[in-house]
Write a protein that binds this ligand. Structure first.
Ligand code: AMP
Ligand code: MG
Length: 495
């Protein structure tokens, strides 16, 4: 029996798109977590994945029939500076499968050893970043935010040497594809127009097939990517997600979130929040994320120009119009999302001010972003859960005095909204999660795993954040802001 029904297309592109090589086996692989729901979606036999042979596959100790491992080539702008040769330095694509939902998915090992793109790195990953990516990517998915996913995490039984020896891990990452803005920049910087054209065609037929027949496919593609990025970054902002390293090699043209290195969710609302230890100038701060997405799209536009065809001046103007239209697109997605968070089912005059004033009030009161919105959800609910109400009050207190006037305005606005209150409350719960992967919770789960080999806190956290909308008393401790001593002020890239 073939355990995984591979159907590889990227590996059939010309050899200059990748390097073909096998993963490097690890000493003593042991399973940590297999994602049963995702395995089923991919049509992969769960019993196989959970068997010893499955663990060997997940760790890269075994290459199953139909897999065709390749490390893909890409470039990228890192913190604004162009690097012409990055590529999968610690990742390897096993191949692609067609899921039971009809969609095509990449399966990729992360931490499977050195590749021709590893530069000085060891191609390995400590366990911590593997667990962090598993937790946060699955939380994002549960929050309805497009994201790469995690099929499994395994421990390698080998140390990885950073400032100190750390236990190693491998993540099996799943994505609609791993094609990045930086992949286009790679071929553009080599002045390889033929490669660029092949890449545009491949990417479009995978992600934007409906745009292939338009008069100017490369421009339509740019527009399509811009639309998905506007929606994606709006969704990040609406849950307080800070990506942390929005380099162009970390932006997928499928519109999924990728690279969970230094990412973090804000606890206290402050638009200037930065977590990443290497982001000295706050380039990738929460409030800068929309502008950076636009900047990255301009890099994509530049890379695509040679294959846009038509009159050069007109093409540049058309591409510029797409980039210039991005802020409005983002703002409109963000406003729609904010109205949903506030339980508004219609758009009325004054809604923008209402939203802005709320966020200003959150900032002034140093309010917890997630529980602040959850408190509004409780206030709008004619029949709130007393236990949940108590939890929220205990951790953030009553709504701050500074928001009293705002609250009256919001209540008046709700009276002018046509929906029944119970329906509104249910909808608000869907858009204002109770559980997010809080940094101190993620950190505690990683500490238990790395220091004591105890994966139970990791499993409990995954369980909570993958059902983020409903209050659960037995997991409520994972839905509180950190105590002062628990606060995580800095995050680190997963290298
Ligand atoms: P990232 O910070 O994850 O976006 O990675 C940027 C680049 O560095 C990519 O080309 C990675 O493959 C590469 N890289 C990161 N960590 C390692 C490592 N431990 N070994 C080899 N390459 C790495
Ligand atoms: Mg990356």
């Amino acid at each position: 029996m073939v355990p995984i029904p591979f159907d590889n297309t990227y590996a059939r592109l010309p050899p200059r798109f990748y390097s073909r090589l096998a993963p490097q086996p690890v000493a003593a692989p042991s399973p940590i977590q297999v994602n049963g729901e995702l395995a089923t979606r991919l049509g992969i036999d769960l019993d196989f994945l959970e068997s010893e042979a499955g663990t060997e596959l997940l760790a890269g100790n075994r290459v199953v029939e139909g897999a065709d491992p390749i490390a893909t080539a890409y470039a990228g702008h890192q913190f604004g500076h162009f690097n012409p040769r990055l590529g999968d330095g610690r990742a390897l694509l096993l191949g692609e499968v067609l899921g039971s939902d009809g969609a095509r998915y990449d399966l990729q090992w992360k931490g499977s050893g050195r590749t021709p793109y590893s530069r000085g790195g060891d191609g390995r990953s400590p366990l911590g970043p593997v667990l962090r990516e598993y937790i946060v990517s699955e939380a994002m998915t549960a929050l309805g935010i497009p994201s790469t996913r995690s099929l499994a995490a395994v421990a390698t039984g080998e140390p990885v040497f950073r400032e100190r020896p750390l236990p190693g891990g491998v993540l099996l990452r799943v994505a609609r594809s791993h094609i990045r803005v930086g992949t286009f920049e790679y071929f553009a910087s080599q002045r390889d127009d033929e490669g660029l054209e092949l890449l545009v065609e491949h990417a479009m037929s995978r992600h934007y097939p409906e745009l292939l027949e338009t008069g100017a496919p490369a421009l339509s593609f740019l527009q399509g990517v811009a639309e998905r990025q506007a929606e994606l970054v709006a969704r990040w902002q609406l849950v307080g997600f800070i990506h942390g390293v929005m380099n162009t090699d970390n932006m997928l043209i499928s519109g999924e979130t990728i690279d969970y290195g230094p990412c973090a969710f804000m606890d206290t609302y402050d638009p200037k929040t930065v977590f990443s230890s290497i982001d000295h100038h706050g380039r990738y701060a929460y409030q800068n994320q929309p502008a950076i997405a636009r900047w990255n799209l301009a890099c994509l536009a530049r890379a695509l120009l040679p294959v846009c065809g038509g009159d050069e001046t007109e093409t540049v103007a058309a591409a510029q119009a797409v980039i210039d239209g991005f802020p409005d697109r983002f703002a409109s997605s963000f406003q729609v999302g904010l109205r949903r968070k506030l339980g508004l089912s219609t758009h009325q005059a004054g809604d923008e001010e209402l939203c802005e004033d709320l966020l200003r009030g959150f900032e002034a009161a140093h309010l917890d972003f997630t529980l602040g919105f959850r408190q509004l959800t409780i206030l709008a609910n004619p029949d709130p859960d007393p236990e949940e109400t108590q939890h929220v009050e205990q951790h953030i207190g009553p709504l701050p005095d500074g928001l009293t006037g705002w609250l009256a305005r919001w209540r008046q606005r709700l009276e002018r909204d046509p929906r029944p209150a119970t329906q509104r409350a249910a909808d608000m719960r869907n858009h204002n999660p109770f559980f997010i992967p809080r940094n101190h919770g993620v950190e505690a789960a990683i500490r238990a795993a790395e220091d004591d080999g105890d994966f139970q806190p990791f499993r409990i956290l995954v369980d909570a954040v993958t059902s983020p909308r409903h209050f659960r008393a037995d997991r409520a401790d994972l839905a509180r802001p950190p105590e002062a001593h628990e606060e995580v002020k800095q995050t680190f890239c997963g290298t």
